[in-house]
Design a protein around this ligand. Structure first.
Ligand code: PLP
Length: 416
């Protein structure tokens, strides 16, 4: 099996694997109990929190263990957070993960909150001028933005957002789920008030996440005094330990190799502005970037989304051509033993096209929804190889070439 879906979830990091194989069996005590075995876990949990805090450059007192990114995000984006910090509303973007968008939609539909949505460009970058205008009109807001987009990999300038927020008495929450392990994360430098993280995106177990909060917030749940009463419920010690071990295993130096692999993939599959098929007319803006000489007669329709933006090293979002359903592509790739996704894993199997790709507003010749239905996401890790990439390129090219009709590969005009 060839795995190119690391933004969806990751295999265990080496230390986590070792812990599962050798250490986990003894760690079943409730860390809140009083006898020594349990207290040992309590102490180890304290060490985990301190270790992770040092890595993130923050105080351990601001870190709370949760069940994952979704819970952390849902906890912070609440009426209670607004009330406790004398804030009035939320400002966010259409490019956020569903954990953010659906919670904000809920607050808007049922809690009488009117949220504001910033604009973005075709490269998936937040329009900071527009954001500043919005903050000046609606000071005392809670801003929530991804530090790196799960579908396109586009990195947001969180420091710039924090600066704007300060000017207008706003607070900032950052969804950093996709950043940890793939790019530097320094909470002091970002200067944000809240941040959400998830274990299973960076080599730890599923069912563990982290919430950073240096400003007041309220628990989603009521119960015991764990996590200072702000996240009641018995702590999942083995998963928390795995979070610490996965952080310990992070080696950002390997991202240079991952970037080379990703760039090789993109440049081989779709050399910039050259591989435009006859049936794909580029948007006017792109016209500025290539001349008629750059066109190829017989070519493939692949196009890399957000290629000009600052992106995570490992992520590539690809448009595969008009009328080619991403669900059909996924099916074909699975038959070849290749795992990729159509976008967010949370939406897998949904007939709805990706809200992130449609929000890019890329094309003016086919509908945005049709465009998004023909996009797939590749997300790499240091464990991937050039041979695997070559096989993926070859398989994708076979799949979308006109000759594939003749060979009966069911790619075009299939919908699921
Ligand atoms: N935020 C982003 C950017 C994500 O990619 C995900 C998971 O896909 C989440 C939040 C949700 O995290 P979890 O799966 O830990 O609930």
């Amino acid at each position: 099996m060839i795995y190119f879906d690391h933004n969806s979830t990751t295999p265990y990091s080496p230390s986590v694997r070792r812990y599962i194989e050798q250490g986990i069996l003894e760690d079943w005590y409730n860390p809140s109990s009083t006898y020594s075995q349990a207290q040992t876990l309590h102490q180890k949990m304290r060490e985990c929190r301190k270790f992770i805090a040092d890595y993130l450059n923050c105080s351990p007192k601001y870190l709370f263990f949760t069940s994952g990114g979704t819970e952390s995000i849902n906890t912070i984006l609440s009426l209670e957070t607004l009330k406790r910090n004398q804030l009035s509303t939320f400002i966010t973007s259409h490019l956020e993960h569903h954990a953010t968008i659906k919670k904000i939609d809920y607050l808007s539909d049922y809690q009488n909150i009117r949220p504001y949505w910033t604009s973005n460009n075709e490269q998936g970058e937040i329009n900071l001028e527009n954001l500043e205008k919005m903050c000046s009109k609606h000071p005392y807001s809670l801003l929530s933005f991804l530090s790196a987009n799960n579908e396109t990999g586009v990195i947001t300038n969180i420091q710039a957002i924090s600066k704007i927020a300060k000017k207008y008495n706003c607070l900032v929450h950052v969804d950093a789920v996709q950043s940890l392990g793939k790019m530097p994360v320094d909470l002091e430098k970002w200067d944000v008030d809240f941040a959400s993280f998830s274990g299973h995106k960076m080599g730890a177990m599923k069912g563990v996440g982290l919430l950073y909060a240096r400003k007041p917030f309220a628990s989603l749940m009521y119960g015991g005094g764990q996590e200072r009463g702000l996240r009641p419920g018995t702590q999942n010690y083995p998963a928390i330990q795995s979070f610490k071990l996965a952080v310990q295993d992070i080696d950002l130096n390997k991202q240079e190799y991952v970037k080379q692999l990703r760039d090789y993939f993109e440049n081989t599959l779709a050399p910039m502005y050259k591989y435009q098929s006859k049936d794909f007319s580029p948007s006017k803006k792109e016209d500025q970037y290539f001349t008629q000489n750059d066109w190829k007669e017989e070519t493939f329709p692949f196009k890399i989304n957000c290629k000009k933006a600052n992106r995570l090293s490992n992520t590539s979002s690809i448009y595969c051509g008009m009328g080619i359903s991403n669900q059909a592509i996924l099916l074909h790739l699975v038959q070849k033993g290749i795992c990729v996704s159509a976008g967010s894993a949370c939406n897998a199997g949904s007939p709805e096209p990706s809200h992130v790709i449609t929000a890019l507003g890329i094309c003016d010749d086919i509908s945005l929804r049709d465009y998004a239905r023909s996009c797939i996401r590749i997300s790499l890790s240091p464990s991937n190889t050039k041979q695997e990439i070559d096989f993926l390129i070859q398989t994708l090219k076979e799949l979308v070439s006109p000759a594939s009709y003749l060979r009966g590969i069911p790619s075009r005009n299939l919908s699921f």
